[in-house]
Design a binder for this molecule. Structure first.
Ligand code: PLP
Length: 274
C-alpha cells in the first residue's frame, strides 16, 4: 500500500512521521475521510471544500488543487476500488511550542488508504446507541484532529454494549461521536441545524437532499433526548456508516426495534443516487 507524508508517496511501512509534526503534540490540524466506491471518490468536491474551510477556521492555509491532486494520486497508485481514504493537514513541523511556527514553515499532509466494505449488517439490522453529555469544545463544525472527547465517548458506548454515543447539550441532541443523528416523527425528518455544535456531515447534507427529492419534510432544528426516544425512527449517518438505523437508545426501543420504513426508503435512494 502507498501512503503520503510531507511531500512523498511511500510504501506504507516506510512512512516515518516527524515527532515535531504539530499533529503529534497538539493535534494541530484538520482531516477528512472520503469513501471510494467503484474507483470514484464520492462527494469529492464537498469534502475538499470542507477541508479547506476547517483549515481556514484554525488559520492554516491550504491549496485545494494540491490536496485534490494528492487524493487522486493516492487513489490511482493504490488501485483499491472500494476504500476509505484518509487525509490530514497539520500546521507543520517545528520544535514544540504552543505558538504557531515561524513564517515559512509549511503545512504537512499525511494520507493513507484502507480497503473497506459497506457496513451491510449494521445497515440492515440497525445498531444500539447510548446518550452522553456533549462536553466537547464549541467549535465542533471544524473537522479537527483533536478527537479525545470523541474517542472517550465512543469507548463508553462500546463498554455499555452500544455502537455509538449520541451526544446532547443540556438535553438537546447534537450528534454522535463520529456520526450525525436524524429522528423521524410523524413523517418529518429532524436533525440538528448546521452550526458550531455539530460537524456538518457530507452524508448529512446528502441525506437532506435525498429527503427533499423524496418529498420528505426536513426540519433542521435541535430536538431533545426525550424526543429522540419517542421518535418513530432514528438513524445515524457518516461517510463510512452511510445510513445506519438506530434500534434502541439507552435500551429504549425505537418504534418496533427494527429499521424503519422511511429509513429504508432513504437507504434505497442513497444506493441509487439522486
Ligand atoms: N460528526 C462527527 C463528529 C464526525 O466525526 C463525523 C465523521 O467522521 C460525522 C459527523 C459525519 O460526517 P461525514 O458524513 O462527512 O462523514
Amino acid at each position: 500500500k502507498i501512503s503520503y507524508y510531507n511531500g512523498e508517496f511511500l510504501e506504507d511501512d516506510q512512512v516515518a512521521v516527524d515527532y515535531n509534526d504539530r499533529a503529534v503534540y497538539f493535534g494541530d490540524g484538520v482531516y477528512e475521510v472520503v469513501r471510494i466506491y467503484d474507483n470514484e471518490i464520492f462527494t469529492f468536491e464537498e469534502h475538499l471544500e470542507r477541508l479547506v474551510n476547517s483549515a481556514k477556521e484554525i488559520r492554516i492555509k491550504i491549496d485545494k488543487d494540491e490536496i485534490r491532486h494528492i487524493m487522486i494520486q493516492m487513489k490511482e497508485k493504490n488501485k483499491l476500488p472500494n476504500a476509505a481514504l484518509y487525509i490530514q493537514v497539520s500546521r507543520g513541523i517545528e520544535g514544540r511550542t504552543h505558538l504557531f511556527p515561524k513564517e515559512g514553515v509549511k503545512p504537512v499532509v499525511l494520507s493513507f488508504i484502507n480497503k473497506i466494505e459497506r457496513p451491510v449488517d449494521a445497515m440492515r439490522e440497525g445498531v444500539k446507541v447510548v446518550t452522553r453529555d456533549d462536553y466537547r469544545w464549541l467549535k465542533c463544525h471544524i473537522k479537527s484532529l483533536n478527537l479525545l472527547s470523541n474517542t472517550l465517548l465512543k469507548q463508553e458506548a462500546k463498554d455499555s454494549g452500544a455502537t455509538e454515543a449520541i451526544l446532547h447539550r443540556d438535553g438537546r441532541v447534537t450528534e454522535g461521536t463520529s456520526t450525525n443523528v436524524f429522528a423521524i416523527k410523524d413523517g418529518v425528518l429532524h436533525t440538528h441545524e448546521a452550526n458550531n455544535l455539530i460537524l456538518n456531515g457530507i452524508t448529512r447534507q446528502y441525506v437532506i437532499k435525498l429527503a427533499q427529492a423524496l418529498d420528505i419534510p426536513v426540519k433542521e432544528e435541535a430536538f431533545t433526548v426525550d424526543f429522540l426516544k419517542e421518535a418513530d425512527e432514528v438513524f445515524i449517518t457518516s461517510t463510512t456508516q452511510e445510513i445506519t438505523p438506530v434500534i434502541s437508545v439507552d435500551e429504549v426501543n425505537i418504534g418496533d426495534g427494527i429499521a424503519g420504513e422511511v429509513t429504508k426508503k432513504l437507504q434505497d435512494a442513497f444506493e441509487k443516487g439522486i
